[in-house]
Design a protein around this ligand. Structure first.
Ligand code: MN
Ligand code: MN
Length: 466
């Protein structure tokens, strides 16, 4: 081996280069990344809606000794509690032995809702030998991606007597699936000339659900009635029960490895299960930590973090206050001492669409979990812009733990932008920075992440709360 020149040595010390995890990954690490992905893929398949994600997370937490928390109940060091926010978001609390007035609470905040198609409250109709559901999309979708693809129906129906039925159709082998018709290319001359964003309108995202008429010549809308009779038999519901239902169409695909080398995972809902799952596994792995840790699995991030189960709701601060008061600490002092990672995905640089990215500052696949100092759009509007001091703190933490990580900016300046829950946490006087897995085809029915980045995110979260 030839010795390094002065310039090469200086280059090593003085310059910064993004590194791929695979530059230095041992066969053992690659195996560990693959093994971790197995659990993650199972989580993806089981938790396609926020309600299902809460159920799975509660089950995982209970297996680790967590129990349900009731507001007002005292907390003490060693407690492992979860608080279920109306079945749609979840906050887990691990009470450590450190003084939270000086050490604060370490917070990992991810979200468990994702873009999908929700049924309208009066969804059912028939036309031209077919029965359909009307939908209203949830979150930022490219509507054309949802036509001509298999969909599954998930959700709950609350019946007239208040009883609730869970619905999940299209996930099991042999289940029927649902579908949105698209126009054949032969007749799509006008549609094809439309801009991508308006070629498919929201009101045409109607779900094909039936085609066999009820056998009675005296009723109109026979196909609709036949669907209702099937639903009544299966779930004991009537058409009026849709008024108090929450039913969503999600892609019927399961999570799969992508590529000959299986480097990537394709799935619906990586955003933001790909941060939610590592937040949970890190919490369980760092079981012996002396820190007090809070893991938030929020709902409604995709629509602005509003409402009862969104990150802007008071419950998050209420729980910090419950912890503080239980331990005899001042909640305001605890908040200012606390630190948060807003655990959400960012856009991975995609060479197919290079013109919307700025390569030096984009997240690269397999270069590790990606920290975004700021998000927002048009001159950093609507962002939590983490301080240099806090970024410096997290940087030291990751480097000392040997976490392979990178920084990220979502796209070129003025190409667009996006937001996360970060600003709804930092507004409570809690230092917060965004970090998460780079995603290809974000918000598409089938998104892609690198296994290396998923594992790196788990390692980063462990380092943060250990
Ligand atoms: Mn997200
Ligand atoms: Mn999103």
């Amino acid at each position: 081996m030839s010795e390094k020149s002065m310039g090469q040595s200086m280059e090593d010390v003085l310059t910064y280069k993004k590194k791929s995890i695979y530059d230095t990954a041992s066969p053992e690490l690659i195996q560990a990344m693959d093994a971790y992905a197995v659990g993650y893929k199972a989580f993806l398949d089981e938790a396609k809606t926020e309600r299902e994600a809460v159920e799975v997370a509660v089950r995982m937490a209970e297996e680790q000794g967590y129990t349900a928390y009731t507001l007002g109940a005292p907390l003490q060091a060693g407690d492992k509690k979860y608080y279920n926010i109306h079945g749609k978001s979840l906050i887990l609390m691990h009470i450590g032995s450190d003084d939270i007035e000086t050490e604060g609470v370490r917070i990992l905040a991810a979200h468990i809702d994702n873009p999908r198609l929700d049924l309208k409250q009066v969804p059912l109709y028939e036309d031209a030998g077919m029965s359909f559901f009307k939908t209203h999309y949830y979150g930022g979708i490219k509507k054309y991606q949802w036509t001509a693809t298999p969909l599954a129906l998930h959700g709950v129906i609350v019946r007239a007597d208040g009883s609730k039925v869970n619905v999940c159709i299209g996930e099991q082998e042999g289940d029927p699936i649902f579908y949105i018709n698209d126009l054949l290319p032969h007749l799509a001359a006008k549609q094809s000339a439309e801009p991508l964003g308006s070629a498919i309108s929201g009101e045409t995202l109607n779900i094909l659900i039936g085609g066999i008429p009820y056998n009675d010549k005296d009723v109109s809308d026979k196909i609709k009635l036949n669907v209702l009779s099937i639903l009544h038999e299966a779930y004991g519901v009537t058409e009026e029960d849709f008024l108090s239902a929450e039913l969503s169409l999600v892609p019927a695909f399961h999570a799969r490895d992508i590529g000959f080398d299986r480097a990537f995972i394709g799935a619906y809902g990586h955003d933001d299960r790909v941060c939610s799952y590592p937040a949970l596994t890190a919490l369980f792995e760092a079981e012996a930590t002396s820190k007090t840790v809070m893991v938030i699995l929020a709902d409604k991030e995709e629509t602005g973090s509003d409402g009862l189960s969104g990150m802007q709701a008071d419950i998050f601060v209420d729980l910090l206050e419950e912890i503080s008061l239980s331990l005899g600490k001042n909640p305001r002092a605890v908040r200012v001492a606390s630190k948060c990672l807003s655990a959400d995905v960012t856009a991975a640089y995609d060479p197919n669409f290079a013109d919307v990215y700025e390569k030096r500052n984009s997240a690269m696949v397999s270069c590790g979990t990606a920290m975004s100092k700021f998000t927002g759009a048009r001159g950093k509007s609507g962002t939590n812009d983490a301080s240099a001091e806090y970024v410096g703190f997290v940087r030291r933490l990751f480097n000392e733990a040997g976490v392979c990580w990178q920084t990220a900016e979502l796209g070129r300046v003025d190409a667009g932008g996006g937001g996360t829950v970060a600003k709804y946490i930092s507004q409570h006087n809690i230092e917060t920075v965004d970090i998460g897995v780079p995603v290809l085809s974000m918000h598409a029915p089938y998104e892609v992440v690198s296994k290396a980045d998923v594992y790196s995110t788990h390692q980063a979260f462990v380092a943060f709360i250990k």
